[in-house]
Design a protein around this ligand. Structure first.
Ligand code: RFL
Ligand code: PHB
Length: 406
């Protein structure tokens, strides 16, 4: 098999890249180790930045998101038992976030690729990368026991944190920086009506809690727990008791209980791989970086990475020039490090660290008090939360299609 861009991984990064390149007439094959049902059923992110929403809309895959997603103008921060609203729309000149589940974005992208006759190979085993320092890099994999090879012009490694692409960049030119937090998130999906029109991020002495939403019937909530805890220790009753303890307030606000239809625990880390490119290999999304979910940035970074990459590939195929591709890593990392800073800051401000004393707790509360009372500080939170601009510095480079004007 031969293609222009071989893409490993059908997550948001891989599928969006395949979609954007297709709109520019560039051919791709996506190789995914899981089944279509699995990727469309994995429950993860929920918050889409304004730039992500704009790009999904401009590239023609935003229709269902517009109908079923929920636009939020603000978020609420709760501490010391009191709730404070950050009016993001007002503070950012009209930008908002949209709450729309990641697996719905995946469904929309897969449907668009399938409808356009795009090639996605599901259930691919033993995926490996070869000859990335040559002009004909190759992806090998097994499907139903048979060996296959795809010869490409470029490979995009969009295979998440545990995929093989990052490891294909030689150790001597790759630096990895990371921080592992002593926190985990227990996430639930519950069949209840919405409890609040906007997300509530709560700093409580028992630990962090986040109230989010999915639909009028299903809500998404998170509790800070020990990352090594076992979900079996968390009965539905215990989860609701803990949510009540952390989020209910004296003014009568009370969590609404209902059947819990999904629950799991994830650990939290910050991670950046520098460089994000080597030879004809470019890595994007969670393959290159991880943020703790407190800032709601992971999926959004995956989308901004592939926006840069698609522009670089388009420039190459249109003009033979590699200026954007050569700077891919540098361009992406500028935005990634700012999102790292924001996610780290939100995480440390909102979680209870068992190693901290009452001094550090008081500093957290002072920080929250400052953020919610100073226009300068709340503007900083708001502009990062709705998403910093997608930039390709030095280039006023627009997508080539009339519908793509982000
Ligand atoms: P993904 O989604 O991990 O997709 C990678 C794909 O590659 C496949 N793969 C392979 N394929 C072939 N061969 C191999 N050897 C392979 N190994 C792996 C995988 O099966 C998979 O299909 O990476 P991508 O595309 O970079 O997307 C990143 C996002 O998924 C991630 O950053 C977000 O989910 C993070 N995140 C959030 N991000 C936001 O922007 N807003 C949020 O509100 C938000 N909330 C969250 C989150 C992540 C969470 N968890 C579960 C960690 C909330 C949570 C709880
Ligand atoms: C979610 O709805 O899943 C969600 C919302 C905000 C976050 C993380 C996850 O910061």
């Amino acid at each position: 098999m031969r293609t222009q861009v071989g893409i490993i991984g059908a997550g948001p990064a891989g599928l969006m890249l395949s979609h954007l390149l297709h709109l520019q007439g560039i051919e791709t094959i996506v190789i995914e180790k899981r089944s279509r049902e699995e990727i469309e059923g994995t429950i993860r992110a929920g918050v889409l930045e304004q730039g992500t929403v704009d790009l999904l809309n401009a590239s023609g895959v935003g229709e269902r998101m517009l109908k079923e997603g929920h636009i939020h103008q603000g978020i609420e921060l709760q501490f010391n038992g009191n709730r404070h609203r950050i009016n993001m729309e007002e503070l950012t000149g009209g930008k908002k976030i949209t709450v729309y589940a990641q697996h719905e974005v995946i469904k929309d992208l897969v449907a668009a690729r399938v409808q356009a006759g795009g090639k996605i190979i599901f259930n691919a085993d033993h995926v490996s990368l070869h000859d990335i320092e040559t002009e004909e890099p190759k992806i090998r994999f097994e499907k139903e026991g048979m060996g296959n090879e795809i010869v490409c012009d470029f490979i995009a490694g969009c295979d998440g944190f545990h995929g093989p692409s990052r490891q294909a960049i030689p150790n001597i030119i790759r630096t990895e920086k990371q921080k592992v937090y002593p926190f985990g998130w227990l996430g639930i999906l519950a069949e209840t009506p919405p409890v609040n029109p906007e997300l509530i991020y709560t700093n409580h002495e028992r630990g962090f809690a986040l109230i989010s939403t999915r639909s009028p019937e299903v809500q998404r909530h998170y509790l800070q727990v020990d990352p090594n805890d076992d979900i079996k220790n968390w009965s539905d009753d215990r989860i609701w008791t803990e949510l009540h303890a952390r989020v209910d307030s004296e003014d009568g606000f009370k969590m609404k209980e209902g059947p819990i239809i999904q629950k799991n625990i994830v650990s939290m880390r910050s991670f950046v791989c520098e460089t994000m490119q080597h030879g004809r290999l470019f890595i994007a999304g969670d393959a290159a970086h991880i943020v703790p979910p407190t800032g709601a940035k992971g999926l959004n970074l995956a989308i901004s990475d592939v926006y840069v990459l698609s522009n670089g590939l388009l420039q190459f195929y249109q003009s033979g020039k590699k200026e954007i591709l050569d700077q891919y890593s540098e361009i992406c990392l500028r935005r990634i490090w700012k999102a790292q800073r924001f996610s780290y800051w939100m995480t440390t401000m909102l979680h209870r660290d068992v190693n901290h004393s009452s001094y550090e707790y008081q500093i957290q509360l002072a920080e929250l008090d400052y953020v919610t009372s100073s226009i300068a500080a709340s503007t900083s939170l708001a502009e990062n939360y709705v998403g910093l601009p997608f930039e390709i510095p030095g280039y006023n480079f627009k997508m080539n299609s009339a519908s793509l004007s982000v």
